[in-house]
Design a protein around this ligand. Sequence first.
Ligand code: FRU
Length: 500
Amino acid sequence: MISPVHVLVPALFLCSSVSLLDAAESDSEALVRATAAVKAATPRAQSDPAHPIFHITAPAQWINDPNGPIFYRGWYHMFYQLHPFSDGSGPKYWGHVRSRDLAKWEHLPIAIAPSLDLGESEIWSGCCAINGQDKPMIFYTSIAPGKSAQTHAEQWAATSDDRDLITWRKSPANPVLSEALHDGKKIYEWRDPFIFHHRKRTFLVTGGNLNETKGGQAVVNIYEAAKPDLTEWKYRGVLFQILDPRARTVECPNFFQLGDHWVLLVSPYGKVQYYVGDFDPETCRFQPRTNGLLDVGPNFYAPNTMLVPDGRRIVWGWVNGFREGPGWNGCLTVPRLLGLSRHGQLRQSPAPQLAKLRGKPAQWRNLVLKAGANPLVLPKTNALEISADIDLQSAEGVSLILKNGAENAKPFTVALRRSSSKTAEGNRADLSIALDHAEQKLNVRVFIDRCVLEVFVNDNHCATKVIPLVDANATLELRPNGGGEALAKRIQCWPLTSIW
Ligand code: FRU
């Protein structure tokens, strides 16, 4: 919140992102101010009827990317980009939550703040890793006051001696990576460090682009640790250049091994892409074999992944696209378990631990789906999970039509359609998901969290969208598309409880 002393600062300085007084603020002072601001906004944010209950949010205010997910000493930790002073975007801090079981979460104090006294005005996305001396470290992009992030950034680290990862100290070795590493090569929008280990070696990737004037050559850069404490790095070049001309830059790269393959995730100012292929640790180059979109919905960006104790990997994305005003803005997707198909396509399924949030299900079996059939009455809540096993039979696809209780409520339609078909239903839908031609049998999982919708089809297609507020008297109609009939072998719908 604004302290009385700020009021004396001429308006001119208040307008700029850094006032004269702020210029000396340490990160611990910034944490105090930020904590008070989030606390003050919390009652209003929490009482907003649209505030999600089973997606990670901050107690209040703006959040964007998931940062530094890590399993450490029995807890799943998640950090996130937080703007503590409003429910719109602004200078970023790192918020923090943790969970024992990936189902129930608790809020922890804001983890790190900008150190204006050290010449830092924003702390952007990054990762968390344990260094060779067993010390937890956060790596993130540090933005200096008055500098454009497009042309000037550094990668900084903070360390913790605390088994709960609550308190952090900026590393005296900062910047741990600076532009000088690149031997004169200019990397624009240089950001978002992500660390991975391979056969006792530690690597770090960052995003950026090489050519701002030509609309960007989006690249993932790779570095190798030169010291076990991870304070010195060597530039190993460009791991991979995104050839898709629509990708103007790379944000939030994640690079990791999954089974026998390597997976690269990139957020290119557009839909998040994945690439699956091979990594040569000697040349530090990545050769993709397949690629695709992580999520085809309009409100998914900047995912980040966590390696969990059983060796599996979980991804969370940032759900964006909310309106400003209610004292909160943004949430993370549900945790999604990653896998690979036989053909090397990335698969995602809701983490099985989410089943802990379920209440008593409503169930239906062997429903022949026809246009105009009676809609299903859902459990009386607006936090729901639906699972439907559908055989498309002679239908081109199927539409899920969600309608609130009021008689004149405008329905919300999700159309699932085979890619070759161009049915009128598909074109009119609020959200449309193209199926592969061979997908005749569908397992559809739908998560509705008041105004957040996540859809998974056959663990093969995902879509995230912010939707008009669902009420506690909603119905669901499953309607076949393209004239034919389909069969819903089994539909289950569970009320879900809060993750907090
Ligand atoms: C992605 C991003 C990152 C950056 C962060 C700033 O949404 O732009 O590249 O580090 O958000 O909040």
